[in-house]
Each structure stands twice: as structure tokens, then as C-alpha cells.
Ligand binder design. Structure first.
Ligand code: FCB
Length: 467
């Protein structure tokens, strides 16, 4: 039997985010987020849904912790909704919003799960967007207020803090490509937003450490290693271009205190930096962004396969013939996870790395017996966990793995059409139904090993996870 083994003490978890699972839109004094506003605009969400209720985790959180406990997990990565804590973005703190996370943290600890919060997973308070959003430097200062309000309340029990989730997505999908809230299509604004996200991270690191001396602080980046489709100079340069645009734009300032010169030149060439440079970067900003980190979170879903379009510009190539593809259209490319981990370890040397998201969207309806046979998800997870184990063998200081996601949830612009969960969620009665992958993942967490058993035989105890 071919087995990959993880070290004792390796953290197994699941990840969610507030906007995608909580609901409770109008409860507990919560304010409006940019996603509430974006989703209310016709045509912005594929199925016309809103995040008003989603998985109702706002009410069902204790049951959801029960599920994580049954899975035998060691940690829960969740995010804290800024509009719950500061409904107007700044100013008066809403204690009821903090009460929610306070109770969540207590119950997690009672259940033996480490709370692993992310401060910003894209749900900016709308009033801050009205004042410019992340394109405004003041938003970075407001993020410090929010951070301090949260650490003052939870810092006695939460040790590991993540500032941001995937600033590339917040800046580029939100301000540059318009797929995400706030839905702008302004590349120059996107680059300003990216800088202020990074700056707010650096400031927040200092604030967290000042308030919680034992804290460990990190940030979560999405990482897709870029490969040329063909070994031609054009395709190789397209891969370099993507790596600078997507990966190094964040890694370099965080770990080296400088934006990557080649990627800045690419942006200048495209006219995305009016004035010819990074005029929004002030003296000292990069030293702030370069604050030492205790850990780096990496989210990995797929690689980027790059080629050149008819106009000579870099474009993503379609997945190779025969490659597996998830419902997101993303190629299943497990070795990219090993490659990403090894590359980041060798070139940037974070003290510790967590895989903070990895998972796959597949829609597998229940069989007539009610069982959800999501063999493709199990295959995806098995391949990626083996790849993570290979990175450990190559010396990567990998400390844990958070599967995306516990529940089928509100997948941003796709609404509820993309299903990433270990549990299906009934949109009417909110019942959570375990998929085969939930049983499979529980076995991985219990044994610290990933074998090559047939997914079809990996059915767990049917009594487990009963509501
Ligand atoms: C990541 C996001 C997460 C979820 C997954 C599928 O980029 O962080 O919220 O949408 O993709």
C-alpha cells in the first residue's frame, strides 16, 4: 500500500469565511458590507442569490463546531466580519458583533479546536467603500482600528492571527476586473488598493503584537505556480508575467521589502501606473509591509498554464487535453501544490507555512439512498495531500492543512452554484449532509496518513454526523 504520512502534531482543519457562511445579515447590529451591496446589483451574482442567509452559521455555529469535532479536527479557520464589529467601518464598536465571535472562540476551545481567525476576508464595510475603499490610504488606518477592537476582545484566547485573505483577489478581482465587490474595472485603482491592503497588513502586525505579546501573525496568499505551455521564449515570458502579476507582487514586498521590478515594468508598459510609477507608495511603507511574519498561509487550487495570445500578450491556456477539471474550470494539478510550497520555502523562507485553503468544487447530488458519493473530491484531496507530504519530504516547514470548505456555501459571484463542502447544505431547512469526503477526511485526520484506498469503499459510519 502506498501511503503518505504526516508528522505528529500536524494541524488538520477546515476553512470558511464570514460572508460565505454566516448570513445573519440584519442581526446583532451588523452593518452593510461591499458584498451585500454588490450582490444587490442585478447580474453580479450568477444565480441571483444574496449572502443574506447563506448557511446560517450565525445561528448554527455550535452545531457546525459539533461537525468539526466529529471530523476529529484540530483547528477552524474562520473570518471575522468587519461590519459586525464596526458597522460603519470606524468609530463605535458593536459589542453584540464581538459577542458572537467571543462565544464561537470559547466553544471551539471547549471542543479542542484551535480558533484560527482571519481578520479580512473581503467584506469591507460599505461606508468605507463610499469613502474610496482600499484605494484610499485611510482604509488601511481603519483596518488597524478594527484589528485592535478584535484583539482587545479575543487576544486572551486566540494565539494565531491572520490579517488578510488573498489580497490579490481583493484588489484585482474587486477593483481591476470587476468580478468581485466593489466591481470596479480600473487597473490603476487596483494597484493602489493592493498597496493599501499590504500596508494595512504591516500596520496590523504591529498592532496585534503590541496588544497580544504571545501572538503569532501571518497573512494568507493565493499561489498558482506558472508554467509555460510550450518551451518558447514567448510562453516562458508569459509565465514570468503571470508569476509577477499574481504571486510575486505580494511575496516580494512581504519578504523582501520591494515590489518586483519586472512586474512593475509590465504595469508601466500597460499604462496601469499613471505618472509612470508607484506614486502611492510613501517612504517607510515597504519597511512596514516587510515586518517579520510568524507564518505564511498559502491557498492553492490550481496552476497557471501560460501562453501568448494573437496580440502577443500573455494569456492563460486551456487545461491540457485529458486533464481533470473541477466545476470552476480549474485544472486538477496536484503537483503544483508541492511546487508552490517548495518554491516559496526556497525563495522566501517563511518560518512556517500552513496550507490555509485547498479543495474542489464538484456537484454530486445524493443517490436514491441519500448518500453523496463525491469520489472526484476525494481523488482531488488525496492527490493534493500526497503532494503536500512530498513537500514536507523536501524540507518545507509545513505545519497544517485547512480544507476548503466545511460546507457548500456562497461562492462569491457564482452564488450557490459551486459546491466545495464536505457537507451539503439544504437551502430550505439548512440541514447539513455529510458527503463521502467528510468520512474520508475524518480518517486522514485520525491517522495522519493518506492511503490509496478506493474512494468507493471509503464510506464512513452512516450514523456519524447525524443532526
Ligand atoms: C478562494 C477564497 C475562498 C473561496 C475559494 C474557492 O480564493 O479565499 O473564499 O472562494 O477561493
Amino acid at each position: 500500500m502506498n501511503q503518505s504520512t504526516f508528522p505528529a502534531g500536524f494541524t488538520w482543519g477546515v476553512a470558511t469565511s464570514a460572508q460565505q457562511v454566516e448570513g445573519g445579515r440584519h442581526e446583532g447590529g451588523r452593518g452593510e458590507s461591499i458584498w451585500d451591496r454588490f450582490a444587490s446589483r442585478p447580474g453580479c451574482i450568477a444565480d441571483g442569490s444574496t449572502p443574506d442567509v447563506t448557511c446560517d452559521h450565525y445561528h448554527l455555529w455550535a452545531r457546525d463546531i459539533g461537525l468539526m469535532r466529529e471530523l476529529g479536527l484540530g483547528a477552524y479557520r474562520f473570518s471575522i466580519a468587519w461590519p459586525r464589529v464596526l458597522p460603519l467601518g470606524r468609530g463605535a464598536v458593536n459589542q453584540a458583533g464581538l459577542d458572537f465571535y467571543d462565544a464561537l472562540v470559547d466553544r471551539l476551545l471547549e471542543a479542542g479546536l484551535e480558533p484560527f481567525p482571519t481578520l479580512y476576508h473581503w467584506d469591507l464595510p460599505q461606508p468605507l467603500q463610499d469613502a474610496g475603499g482600499w484605494a484610499a490610504r485611510e482604509t488601511a488606518a481603519a483596518f488597524v482600528d478594527f484589528t485592535l477592537a478584535v484583539t482587545a476582545r479575543l487576544g486572551d484566547r486566540v494565539r494565531r492571527w491572520t490579517t488578510h485573505n488573498e489580497p490579490w483577489c481583493a484588489a484585482t478581482l474587486g477593483y481591476e476586473e470587476g468580478h468581485h465587490a466593489p466591481g470596479l474595472r480600473e487597473p490603476a485603482t487596483g494597484l493602489r488598493a493592493a498597496h493599501h491592503l499590504l500596508l494595512s497588513h504591516g500596520w496590523a502586525c504591529g498592532a496585534i503584537r503590541a496588544q497580544v505579546p504571545a501572538a503569532e501573525v501571518g497573512i494568507v496568499l493565493i499561489h498558482s505556480p506558472a508554467y509555460p505551455l510550450r518551451e518558447t521564449p514567448g510562453d516562458r515570458d508569459a509565465a514570468r508575467w503571470f508569476d509577477g502579476f499574481f504571486n510575486r507582487w505580494y511575496l516580494d514586498p512581504l519578504f523582501r521589502g520591494a515590489y518586483p521590478a519586472d512586474a512593475v515594468a509590465d504595469r508601466v508598459a500597460r499604462g496601469h501606473l499613471p505618472g509612470g510609477g508607484m506614486t502611492f507608495v510613501r517612504d517607510g511603507d515597504l519597511a512596514v509591509i516587510n515586518a517579520p511574519l510568524d507564518f505564511l498561509g498559502l491557498n492553492y487550487y490550481s496552476r497557471a498554464l501560460m501562453t501568448t495570445g494573437p496580440d502577443g500578450r500573455p494569456v492563460a491556456a486551456p487545461p491540457p487535453a485529458g486533464a481533470g477539471v473541477t466545476d470552476m474550470g480549474w485544472e486538477v494539478y496536484a503537483d503544483g501544490l508541492r511546487a508552490a510550497l517548495v518554491r516559496v520555502h526556497r525563495e522566501y523562507a517563511p518560518r512556517r507555512i500552513y496550507i490555509t485553503e485547498n479543495g474542489a468544487a464538484y456537484d454530486d447530488p445524493p443517490g436514491t439512498d441519500g448518500r453523496i458519493r463525491d469520489a472526484r473530491r476525494i481523488d482531488y484531496l488525496r492527490g493534493h495531500l500526497r503532494s503536500a507530504a512530498a513537500a514536507l519530504d523536501e524540507g518545507v516547514p509545513l505545519a497544517g492543512y485547512f480544507l476548503w470548505s466545511l460546507l457548500d456555501n456562497f461562492e462569491w459571484g457564482y452564488g450557490f452554484t459551486k459546491k466545495f463542502g464536505l457537507f451539503a447544505v439544504d437551502p430550505v431547512d439548512q440541514r447539513r449532509r455529510p458527503k463521502d469526503s467528510a468520512h474520508w477526511y475524518a480518517k486522514v485526520a485520525a491517522t495522519n496518513t493518506v492511503g490509496d484506498d478506493d474512494p468507493a469503499t471509503s464510506e464512513g459510519d452512516p450514523r456519524a454526523f447525524d443532526d
